[in-house]
Design a protein around this ligand. Structure first.
Ligand SMILES: *[C@@H]1O[C@H](CO)[C@@H](O)[C@H](O)[C@H]1NC(C)=O
Ligand SMILES: *[C@@H]1O[C@H](CO)[C@@H](O)[C@H](O)[C@H]1NC(C)=O
Length: 213
């Protein structure tokens, strides 16, 4: 009876040991799988970090390129400066003479690329630093002197003059000026002189940017 019980116990014991052995093998296999997974996750993390930092670098590059492009576009827009205007928008009349200096306001605007010329005041304001060319043409009837100057910030640059012509007079002058942003250019009729204009636009004022500086 005791022998039988012992034999049974031994049998059961060896079966338990067998189970434990199998279970241990399974756990080791699982652990190895986990280790592999962990390695793969680490590699994935490294790759992801690399991709993300490359993506950041690309974003910065795109932003830089975009802002450079905008600057270039703005600069090339600012480089387009040119205007031409006749004195009278319509009709025909003498301007002057008066007992003071008069800024001529050219009302018939042929072109005004960049809107640097203001036909309300007759004043051109330099939008960018550069070399500019200006020219003006003046026509007058006889008996009264015609005198017009091109003026930069209140200082005369060049002029035309016709002293009491017998029937009529013409004068033209032009100059290249290096201007800073905001410099003001206009033409001014001298005291006690006059100019004439009609639909033929004998009296006119033009200017354009040659190149930025
Ligand atoms: C210049 O003189 C004219 C006529 O005498 C006058 O209408 C005008 O207001 C004067 N302009 C200035 C700036 O004094
Ligand atoms: C001034 O120019 C006008 C228009 O071209 C012309 O008819 C006129 O004869 C010129 N005057 C003189 C004095 O040359």
């Amino acid at each position: 009876m005791e022998v039988l019980l012992l034999a049974l116990l031994l049998c059961a014991g060896s079966s338990v040991a067998q189970d434990l052995w199998t279970a241990n093998m399974d756990i080791i296999a699982e652990l190895q799988k986990l280790k592999h997974m962990d390695e793969r996750i680490q590699k994935l993390e490294e790759t992801l970090t690399k991709v993300m930092s490359e993506n950041e670098a690309l974003k910065t590059l795109v932003q830089d390129s975009q802002s450079k492009l905008e600057t270039v576009q703005k600069e090339s827009e600012a480089k387009k400066v040119a205007f031409s205007a006749g004195l009278l928008a319509s009709g025909s009349k003498q301007t002057g003479p008066t007992n003071n200096l008069t800024i001529l306001e050219y009302k018939k605007v042929f072109s005004n690329v960049g809107s640097a010329y203001d036909s309300n005041t007759g004043i051109f304001t330099a939008p960018i630093k550069g070399a500019y060319y200006f020219r003006f043409y003046a026509h007058c009837h006889g008996k009264i002197t015609m005198a017009v100057s091109l003026v930069k910030n209140g200082v005369t640059q060049c002029s035309v003059y016709a002293w009491k012509p017998v029937s009529n007079g013409n004068g033209s002058n032009g100059v290249i000026l290096t201007l800073e942003i905001g410099d003001q250019i206009y033409t001014q009729l001298w005291k006690n002189t006059w100019v004439y204009d009609d639909p033929e636009s004998y009296t006119s004022f033009s200017g354009f940017l040659i190149f930025p500086l």
